[in-house]
Design a protein around this ligand. Structure first.
Ligand code: ADP
Ligand code: ADP
Length: 245
């Protein structure tokens, strides 16, 4: 059984700017289907505006697909109640692009990483959680000496490591990385990509890796989907993928 199966998913937006006040619709995601097996990394590449984030958000249930099914271990996520979706959030996580806006400036790094564990009632008590946070800080290459520091004291790459630490604190199964390194300098990008690969080897994560950058997607992925205007234009092994000029 695939970990995730996306079947004929569509996201239609309505804009009311049509002639004579007529509503026009357009499909940001148009009849997309694919499967991911556990431990795989699936790349999603395409020009800005082709629908990558919309598809990612639909998978995460941050935004509802207007048609199609999204099966996670056989369960159709599009049919779940908000409560069940919240429970599932533990297993399906996202790492966003912007490491600056996603952290609360008034919360220490240690607390920020502990917070999702508390929300989902992971581990017995805060002492145990604290130990886990320290373990994770070391794992993502930050070190426990950063526990009581605030986000503004960190560089972009370090902040992205904090974001990754928050995400893996929940031991998710599936992680959607949406332009997770695009805001970083090239050399820092490589470090964060290598961290993601290392974490995958250690914890067996399955990634959906979204980026406009084909080289980055090929580096990270087993299978790659090329998106164009909401549709899957090509689906191939990363090694076999044609490099468009
Ligand atoms: P990508 O992630 O590939 O850059 P997006 O998924 O962000 O692309 O956007 C796909 C298309 O959907 C774009 O044309 C964008 O303008 C449009 N779009 C995204 N969100 C909305 C929205 N909330 N309402 C209307 N159109 C949207
Ligand atoms: P807030 O306190 O406003 O929720 P957070 O620091 O918890 O801020 O999250 C920052 C951003 O990341 C928000 O946009 C939030 O919606 C998003 N986010 C946090 N956790 C998750 C998650 N598990 N899955 C998807 N989005 C998340």
């Amino acid at each position: 059984q695939p970990l995730l199966e996306v079947i004929n998913v569509e996201k239609e937006y309505v804009s009311s700017a049509g002639l004579f006040g007529r509503n026009t619709t357009f499909k940001a995601v148009d009849d997309v289907s694919f499967k991911i097996y556990e431990g795989e990394t699936l790349g999603l590449v395409g020009e800005s505006g082709c629908g990558k984030s919309t598809l990612g958000n639909a998978i995460l249930q941050l935004d509802k697909a207007t048609a199609g099914k999204i099966l996670y271990r056989g369960t159709d996520l599009t049919k779940l109640s908000p409560k069940d979706i919240r429970t599932l959030r533990k297993e399906i996580q996202i790492i966003f692009q912007d490491p600056y806006s996603s952290l609360n400036p008034r919360i220490t790094v240690g607390k920020a990483i502990m917070e999702p564990m508390q929300v989902h009632k992971l581990y017995k008590n805060d002492n145990e959680r604290r130990e886990k946070v320290i373990e994770i800080l070391n794992r993502v290459g930050l070190g426990e000496e950063h526990y009581n520091r605030y986000p503004h004291e960190f560089s972009g790459g370090q902040r992205q490591r904090i974001g990754i630490a928050r995400t893996i604190a929940l031991q998710p199964k599936l992680i959607v990385c949406d332009e997770s390194v695009s805001a970083l300098d090239i050399s820092v990008q490589a470090q964060v990509l290598n961290l993601l690969n290392e974490l995958k080897e250690n914890f067996g994560f399955t990634y959906i890796f979204i980026s406009h950058d084909l080289a980055v997607v090929k580096y990270m992925s087993d299978q790659v989907l090329v998106m164009n205007k909401g549709k899957i234009e090509e689906m191939n092994e990363a090694d076999a993928l044609y490099e468009h000029p």
